[in-house]
Design a protein around this ligand. Structure first.
Ligand code: FES
Length: 291
């Protein structure tokens, strides 16, 4: 049996749903300021902030435990534990922020991931406290490493198996057929209401506003929500589509993220009308159409 196969059972552990609901509403209440929430998701970074921070935080803790394991100098180990503890609050805050906008199976695994890491941090705090009393605290440091490893395995499952933090729209560029693709007769498109059409086999978001047409991938980069089911807000250069699942906002002009939890832009298409038919072709990257 694969050693980590049991983690999948956590995804279906509905017993975790009640505590998850309580914690989720608390986190959402604490994150009422959208600028703080966006910052913790990593919108400003274009990368999940939790994933960026966790490497340094966990790396500091594990390095400390390695020093303790080989009998290295305690002041180096203690310095690394202290570094990990200083970085713990922003790492935890970013993690809970991402967790609060995720699917139920991800939240179940995430809850155990957080509890495991909480136990690991308690071990490291205990190690420092013992050292303050003149003891070595070595066993607690090693226990912290063992528990951190379990927490990291759960975090890896969330990222690599359940794709929390991945860009769910990036592959659209590979799936769409090259060149111009017919989408619909322009006259059949409603004015001001997004609809779903297909470029080849790939669903696309189409919004006609008068003679202007916006075409984006119909797949939110956060967790693949259907943008064509979302609301359009704002006007002119500030017009945005709001994802119906967790409220990410994308600028219609260029697909860029205005508000998270998404941290990546939604793929954009060029549009043209030929003999009354709307056609679109994928833009390879900012402003560069494909051949
Ligand atoms: S799927 Fe989560 S914001 Fe779009």
């Amino acid at each position: 049996m694969q050693p980590f196969a049991q983690i999948e059972r956590l995804e279906r552990a509905e017993v975790l749903d009640r505590p998850a609901a309580v914690i989720r509403s608390t986190v959402q209440r604490l994150l009422s300021d959208r600028r703080v929430k966006d910052a913790l998701h990593g919108v400003w970074l274009g990368h999940p902030l939790h994933a960026a921070l966790v490497h340094v935080t966990l790396g500091s803790f594990l390095s400390a435990s390695m020093i303790d394991m080989v009998g290295g100098k305690q002041r180096y180990s203690s310095g690394l534990i202290a570094t990990g503890l200083v970085l713990t609050p922003p790492t935890v805050a970013a993690g809970w922020t991402d967790w609060s906008a995720s699917h139920p199976d991800q939240q179940r695994v995430g809850l155990v991931h957080a509890a495991t890491n909480g136990l690991a941090i308690t071990c490291y705090v205990g190690a420092l406290r013992r050292r303050a009393r003149g003891r070595r605290g070595r066993l607690l440091s090693l226990a912290g490493a063992a528990v951190s490893g379990m927490g990291a395995a759960l975090g890896g499952h969330l990222a690599y198996h359940l794709s929390l933090g991945a860009n769910h729209a990036d592959r659209v560029r590979d799936l769409v057929p090259p060149g111009w693709q017919p989408l619909a007769a322009l006259a059949d498109l409603p004015d001001g209401t997004p609809v779903r059409r297909a470029a080849g086999e790939v669903p696309v978001f189409v919004l006609r506003r008068g003679q202007e047409v916006t075409v984006l991938a119909d797949r939110c980069p956060h967790l693949a929500g259907p943008l064509s089911g979302g609301e359009v807000v704002g006007a002119d250069g500030d017009a945005r589509v709001v994802c119906p699942w967790h409220g990410s906002e994308f600028r219609l002009d260029d697909g860029c993220v205005v508000h998270g939890p998404a941290i990546a832009a939604v793929p954009r298409f060029e549009a043209r009308v030929v003999n009354g038919t709307l056609e679109a072709r994928i833009v390879a990257s900012a402003g560069a159409p494909t051949a």
